[in-house]
Design a protein around this ligand. Structure first.
Ligand code: ZN
Length: 111
């Protein structure tokens, strides 16, 4: 890695924390997913078809799928639809107001 790249990366990392604080102040806390029904952000909810759709609650899920449908899709854990909880901040994709968290931010979390 040459000097200029290193300086730029140092600069970027140094200001990511400030950027993060600024964005949270402006757009609210970070959340994992956004509900396709009510658009609320959430960290615990339903995943349909490995992420084609997301629903924050049973109420929102039931507007699209009955319990019977969902149980069939869930297939006792063998299906691609399930209820889950996201805990890892790297999986978080939205701020509270629905603004998407930039991909590059997520990459930089690891450095
Ligand atoms: Zn919802």
């Amino acid at each position: 890695m040459n000097e200029i790249n290193k300086d730029l990366i140092d600069f970027k990392n140094k200001y990511l924390k400030k950027w993060n604080d600024f964005m949270i102040k402006r757009h609210g806390k970070k959340f994992a997913r956004r509900c396709d029904e009510c658009t609320n952000c959430f960290n615990q909810g339903y995943v349909i078809d490995n992420g084609i759709e997301y629903y924050c609650s049973k109420k929102c899920l039931n507007k699209h799928y009955s319990d019977k449908d969902f149980n069939k899709m869930y297939d006792e854990g063998k299906g691609d639809s399930y209820y889950t909880e996201w805990e890892c901040e790297e999986d978080f994709q939205y701020y509270e107001d629905g603004t998407e968290i930039m991909e590059e931010w997520n990459e930089n979390k690891n450095h």
